[in-house]
Design a protein around this ligand. Structure first.
Ligand code: WQD
Length: 345
């Protein structure tokens, strides 16, 4: 059995898929999650998919004392993958302090505990392509300038990367890899894990599948006058299972001490951009389900077009996304159907 890995936010969408990947790679996993954006039932689904039940501790990482107690008890951690954060762009605009207190405050608490811990010196951090804003050139590479964030959520990711950089530069022996996700979508091939948006989805694909299943009356496409071939925004959609795999690859790079500097940064995308209408059409063609949708005005804060330069992740990290848009849509749909059939009831 390989070492014990802490996955914060491991009951969430990307976290749960990463827990399964880690377990299937032989790691022992302990999950920290405050269940603010997930449900206890996800633990059973992780166990069904991976065949191994991870340890789960319900804990809010803003609680410094409780986190320190956790690290005293788990002094044999070999690495940490940190997902735990709020991630709704619009909510962050309405309630910025909640985002800074949680996303930045929890990270500082975690880094303090890791610095004081005898073992846990390897950190994989969940970052986001929102740090690029609207890139000047596309595809966007890791050395592109970080633009002023377009939301407090995006700003917490920028600030977090800087805090990690400074902490790795100071003595403390912390080694880290930050992974800048593009647009994670899709679900586990088993149909037993996927995105569990609580309330009305902010993101495109859960809104598509909930419209298709009848939970939502109609999808709204935000804007048709962008400077793109069909007028709708372009994004680099990446399958959540490809993303999960990248986290194990990054962790193992740190464990094997193959990293070339104390804090490395990689883009996690496919390198291909698709418009909103291409995504909608691919969903309909793949699932044979007709979507009810309409155009509306642009959504404030939306980036027009962004897709990843994946060269560094492919060559240096040694990871490449494998799944295409059709598989992203078919797995997202199967998950929605299974939820509707009572999977989580
Ligand atoms: C994609 C496109 C919308 C919903 C955000 C965060 C990013 C990450 C993923 C956390 C845009 C359009 C959407 C809808 C639509 N989150 N859309 N109708 O905004 O690219 O990225 O979520 O890590 O950090 O910034 O993703 O799925 O919300 O939007 O037309 O009902 O779909 O305008 O063009 P986004 P998204």
């Amino acid at each position: 059995m390989a070492g014990k890995i802490l996955v914060t936010g491991g009951m969430g969408y990307i976290g749960s898929h990463t827990v399964v990947e880690l377990q299937q790679s032989g790691y022992q996993v302990v999950i920290l999650d405050n269940l603010s954006n997930s449900e206890q039932g996800i633990l059973d689904l992780i166990t069904r998919v991976a065949g191994v039940k991870p340890e789960f501790v319900q804990l809010d990482m803003q609680n410094r004392e409780r986190l320190e107690g956790f690290f005293r008890e788990h002094h044999d951690l070999e690495g940490v993958i940190h997902f735990a954060a709020y991630k709704a762009v619009g909510e962050s605009v309405e309630n910025p302090l909640m985002y800074y207190r949680n996303n930045v405050g929890s990270l500082v608490n975690l880094l303090d505990c890791m610095t004081d811990s005898p073992a846990a010196k390897n950190l994989v951090f969940s970052s986001s392509c929102t740090v690029y804003g609207q890139p000047d050139t596309l595809p966007v590479s890791e050395d592109a300038p970080v633009k002023p964030a377009m939301s407090p959520y995006g700003n917490t990711k920028q600030i977090s990367e800087e805090i990690i950089e400074d902490t790795c530069q100071a003595n403390g022996g912390l080694e880290a890899i930050s992974l800048r996700y593009f647009n994670p979508i899709g679900a586990h091939e088993s149909g037993l894990l996927g995105e569990l948006p609580l309330g009305v989805p902010n993101n495109l694909v859960p809104f598509i599948t909930q419209t298709a299943i009848g939970k939502r009356a109609q999808l709204t496409v935000f804007g048709k006058d962008y400077d793109t071939p069909d007028g709708t925004c372009i994004r680099d959609y990446i399958h959540v299972s490809d993303l999960a795999r990248a986290h194990v690859v990054a962790l193992e790079r740190l464990l094997a001490k193959q990293h070339q500097k104390s804090h490395e940064i990689f883009n996690l995308g496919t390198g291909t951009g698709y418009s909103v209408l291409e995504a909608v059409n691919t969903f309909e063609q793949t699932t044979r389900v007709k979507l009810n949708w309409k155009f509306s005005d642009r959504r404030p804060g939306d980036v027009e077009k962004v897709w990843a330069d994946t060269g560094t992740a492919n060559k240096v990290l040694g990871w490449k996304a494998e799944r295409g848009l059709k598989e992203m849509m078919s797995t997202a749909w199967q998950w929605e159907v299974n939820l509707n059939d009572g999977l989580m009831d």
